[in-house]
Design a protein around this ligand. Structure first.
Ligand SMILES: [Zn+2]
Length: 358
C-alpha cells in the first residue's frame, strides 16, 4: 500500500501534514492543534449520555460543529498551496481534490466516504461505509463540499444499511446564515512551545512518533483505525469541533457541562482500561506524560502526591473536561476506588487535584 508508511503503517498523509509536539497533534501548515486520538466508544457514549442530560438529541449540535471543523481542516490543507488549490478546485481537476479529501477521511478513521457524483454548487451523492458515527460523517462530507465549492449543503438519506447513500443539496438561501451555525464557528488553538517537552522517537521513514504505529493499526481502505491492544476503534478527532460543541452545550447546561462531561469521560476511561486488562495499573509521571501527549490531549508539566491527594498540571489543553475526566478515570482504575476531583483551566493550562471520595 503506497499510501501507508512501509515501516510503521501510519498513513503517509498524516506524517506529511501533522507533527506531534508540545502535547498536541499539530497541523504543519497552520500551526494549530488539529487532532486528538479519541475512542469511538467514548465519543458515542458521550453523545448518548449528554443527550439524556439535556433532554434532546445532540445531533444538530455535533452536525454544525463538525461541518465547521471539516471545512476548516480541508481549507487549511489547500490554502498554503494556492497553485495546487486553484488547479484542484477548478473543473475537471477538482475530482482529484475530492479523491484526496476522501483519502483524508479514511486516514483519520472516519470510515469510507466516496463522492460518486458532484455537480458543483448543485448536488452531490456520497456512499458511506463503516462510519464511526453516521451524523458526523454526513457533517464532514458537507463541510468538505463547502470547502470545495463554497456552498452550504443539507442532506437527504437515499439508502440506509451497511452502505448508506446520501444526497447533498444546497441549503435554501434564507437558512444560509443560521444563528447556531454562525455561533459554532471554529476558534483555532495554537499550542504554546514548551522547551522542556521531550520529543518522541520518530519513525525514520515518515517522522511520526514510533509509538503511534505501535498503538494503532490503520485499515486505510475501510477508513478504520483500531488499537492493536484490545481492538477498540479510535478516530483522529478534530479538537476544534469538540471545543465548538462544548461552547454550545454550555449554553444549554451552564457551568455544569464541565462536570457532567468529565464524569461521562471518566466512566468510559475506566471501562476501556478494565477491558484492556489493565485494572489496577499504576502510572509514573513520564508514562502519563507520554500517554497524554501521544493522544494529543496536552503536556503533563507536574504530578505531585501530597498525602492522599494527587495534583496534576497539564499545559496545552483545549478540551479540559474531557482531559480531566480521562485523568480521573485513570486514577480510579489505578486505585480501584471512587474519586473526588476538582479542575480549572487558565491559558489552556489544566490544574487538577484528585483524592479518594469520602
Ligand atoms: Zn512511519
Amino acid at each position: 500500500m503506497g499510501a501507508q508508511c512501509g515501516q510503521c503503517g501510519v498513513p503517509k498523509m498524516i506524517g506529511k501534514t501533522h507533527v506531534w509536539r508540545d502535547g498536541c497533534i499539530v497541523d504543519n501548515a497552520s500551526g494549530l492543534a488539529n487532532f486528538c486520538i479519541y475512542e469511538v466508544f467514548n465519543h458515542n457514549t458521550f453523545v448518548e449520555e449528554m443527550g439524556k442530560h439535556i433532554g434532546f438529541t445532540l445531533d444538530p449540535i455535533i452536525y454544525n460543529a463538525t461541518v465547521h471543523a471539516s471545512y476548516n481542516v480541508i481549507r487549511n490543507m489547500l490554502e498554503p498551496h494556492p497553485v495546487l488549490a486553484r488547479l484542484a478546485l477548478s473543473a475537471p481537476f477538482y475530482r482529484l481534490a475530492e479523491r484526496q479529501i476522501c483519502g483524508i477521511f479514511k486516514a483519520i478513521g472516519a470510515g469510507s466516504i466516496e463522492l460518486c457524483e458532484h455537480s458543483k454548487c448543485a448536488h452531490a451523492r456520497a456512499r458511506i461505509a463503516d462510519p464511526f458515527n453516521l451524523t458526523q460523517c454526513l457533517a464532514i462530507t458537507a463541510g468538505a463540499l463547502q470547502a470545495i465549492d463554497g456552498t452550504r449543503y443539507s442532506y437527504e438519506m437515499v439508502k440506509e444499511g451497511d452502505r448508506a447513500e446520501v444526497d447533498f443539496v444546497p441549503l435554501p438561501a434564507e437558512t444560509a446564515r443560521e444563528e447556531t451555525y454562525e455561533r459554532l464557528g471554529i476558534t483555532g488553538f495554537t499550542p504554546q512551545r514548551l522547551p522542556a517537552a521531550a520529543p518522541f522517537n520518530s519513525c525514520p521513514k515518515c517522522g511520526v512518533p514510533k509509538v503511534v504505529g505501535e498503538l494503532l493499526s490503520f485499515d486505510l481502505p475501510h477508513g478504520v483505525i483500531t488499537k492493536r491492544d484490545g481492538g477498540g476503534r479510535v478516530i483522529l478527532g478534530g479538537v476544534a469541533s469538540f471545543n465548538a460543541m462544548f461552547r454550545e452545550l454550555e449554553k444549554e447546561l451552564g457551568d455544569s457541562v464541565d462536570h457532567i462531561s468529565s464524569e461521562i469521560e471518566k466512566e468510559s476511561t475506566r471501562r476501556n482500561l478494565a477491558d484492556a486488562g489493565l485494572a489496577g495499573k499504576a502510572w509514573d509521571e513520564a508514562e502519563l506524560r507520554d500517554h497524554l501527549a501521544l493522544y494529543g490531549t496536552g503536556m503533563l508539566q507536574a504530578m505531585e502526591q501530597d498525602g492522599d491527594e494527587l495534583s496534576l498540571e497539564v499545559a496545552n489543553v483545549y478540551v479540559p473536561s474531557l482531559v480531566a475526566g480521562r485523568l480521573a478515570g485513570i486514577w480510579e482504575n489505578w486505585h480501584q476506588e471512587e474519586s473526588a476531583y476538582d479542575f480549572s483551566l487558565e491559558n489552556n493550562a489544566l490544574s487538577m487535584t484528585i483524592h479518594p471520595k469520602t
